[in-house]
Design a protein around this ligand. Sequence first.
Ligand SMILES: Nc1ncnc2c1ncn2[C@@H]1O[C@H](COP(=O)(O)OP(=O)(O)OP(=O)(O)O)[C@@H](O)[C@H]1O
Length: 334
Amino acid sequence: MALIEVDGLVKHYRVRKPGRSVRRLFTRHSELKEAVRGIDLRVDAGEVVGYLGPNGAGKSTTIKCLCGIMAPDAGRIRVAGLDPSRRRLELARRIGVVFGQKTALWWDLPVTESFELLRAIYDVPRERHRRRLDELTALLGLDEFAHVPVRQLSLGQRVRSDLAAALLHDPQVLFLDEPTIGLDAAAKSGVRRFVREIRARGVAVLLTTHDLGDIEELCDRIVILDRGSVLFEGSVDEALGRYAPHSRVIVEFSRDVQGTIEVPFADSLHRRDDRQAEIVFKRAEETAAAVTRHLLDAYPVRDLRITEPSIEDVVKSLYEELGDRAGGAEPARG
Ligand SMILES: Nc1ncnc2c1ncn2[C@@H]1O[C@H](COP(=O)(O)OP(=O)(O)OP(=O)(O)O)[C@@H](O)[C@H]1O
């Protein structure tokens, strides 16, 4: 079931025209800037979709439209069945939002009192609130700092508290904006475990992140934006196939091997010296096992290492490509 549905979303900003001229005193000083140009997006219940793209790609603008903070200029949006800009108050009960860089909690209040205020704001019955809070406290380990004012919390504790705050009213949709930014490895893994738990309970999660670990560990699908348009949509594996299609085998020989090395299907071959070679091949055409078998049969191999690309290689190659590109881009589906 789709809990986020976006068709042809367009959003402009009115921006000041640069320059100073006498004519500007008599003419309109602003122009329209297209921040989002015809985006389609869908997130189902129990799905985590990574919403990715370089700075300025249009992620925040989309999320503001999805939360009802801004009205779109064109397109259709439904979040948990509602049109966000027309039903903003009702929508607030069905969505949760966490910004890793900002807290939604009251700075001077202990965490529990912030939760009590949120209970009152969302008008959650006391018994239901208590049950939900017990559940979230257990999942997020909130006990140890429940009575500490938010300003005294560590970043990890603060993010855990914000996650609880966003889910106290039991929303169907969760927007996560850089939830693991600045966290240490253990805290990141705690947040990711929690997001997986939430997904298993059927919440639809739209995750904005620059953290490659978040993408690899959490996302069922990724949507990559550039300059307001969807450039790629598909699974992490599909993105790897499209943007990082090569794997490498690095082989070390037990004695000097001179001259050229023959490896069928190798896309390229690099020699560092007579004792080492690096074979680059397309995964779609050959398996690492076949390349390895060939090397073991044909050469005196002392050791070999296979390196597979990661989402980091995808993002690097894609963003480099985007940097070189001018104008809009055709969407690619994985
Ligand atoms: N209030 C605004 N007024 C004018 N232009 C804006 C405004 N907010 C965003 N923009 C422009 O719209 C485009 C999309 O911005 P947006 O903030 O949605 O990108 P983003 O993908 O969220 O970027 P980031 O990763 O840096 O947060 C950018 O070119 C940005 O400069």
